[in-house]
Design a protein around this ligand. Structure first.
Ligand SMILES: [Zn+2]
Length: 77
């Protein structure tokens, strides 16, 4: 079995089952805990966006992930 490492918290993801214990988002691999934090971080931002725009959403997700990688932790905007 392929062993993966979370790009954000650098923890090993032992059971690499797609969409269950790890998530592949914006060309990054992340563990479930980090994916939960990403969702918690962007949800309030997404709620204020009217009308919804997928390109904007995609950029928001990417920016949030890259920022978390650069800082080594999840941080509210
Ligand atoms: Zn992680």
């Amino acid at each position: 079995m392929k062993s993966l490492r979370c790009d954000i918290c650098h923890k090993d993801i032992t059971t690499a089952i797609s969409q269950r214990s790890y998530f592949h988002v914006a060309n990054r691999d992340m563990c479930e805990a980090c994916h939960d934090q990403l969702q918690a971080l962007i949800k309030p931002v997404v709620r204020t966006k009217q009308p919804f725009n997928y390109e904007w959403y995609d950029r928001l997700v990417r920016d949030s992930i890259e920022k978390a990688i650069a800082k080594g932790k999840w941080e509210a905007r």
